[in-house]
Write a protein that binds this ligand. Structure first.
Ligand SMILES: [Zn+2]
Length: 128
């Protein structure tokens, strides 16, 4: 049983050995970071990954498709919490929210296959 304030998890020997051998190899540099045990190393690794995930989540679901119309696409930009209207202007996409031709919204629009095909058939090219 783990001591109070601790929980134990069960992992396969293969996983354990994989991590443990990395730990053993980098023990010295880990000690420099204040990591003095295998458990500490695992905690550190988990935390590092959480941080990475958070950074990723910051950008991932921030744009949502609302509707696709003939010459425009409506999306919700959750970063600024506004609706963005992307229109086709002189053969290019133009974001009326950001008032530019290249922003996150437009990048997002190009990433939707349905829209990509539609724009492509209209002769538009993704210049980004
Ligand atoms: Zn925009």
């Amino acid at each position: 049983m783990p001591k109070p304030g601790f929980k134990s998890i069960t992992i396969s020997e293969t996983v354990y050995e994989k991590f443990h051998s990395v730990y053993e190899k980098s023990k010295e540099s880990l000690t420099m970071k204040g990591i003095n045990s295998f458990a500490g190393y695992v905690t550190y690794m988990l935390e590092q990954n959480m941080q990475k995930d958070k950074t990723f989540a910051k950008f991932a679901p921030k744009l949502e498709l609302i509707s696709i119309e003939d010459d425009r696409v409506i999306i919700k930009n959750n970063i600024v919490n506004r609706i963005a209207e992307i229109v086709i202007q002189r053969g290019e996409l133009y974001c009326q929210l950001c008032e530019v031709k290249d922003c996150h919204c437009i990048g997002y629009v190009w990433s939707i296959p349905e829209i990509y095909e539609k724009l492509h058939s209209k002769g538009l090219r993704n210049s980004r």
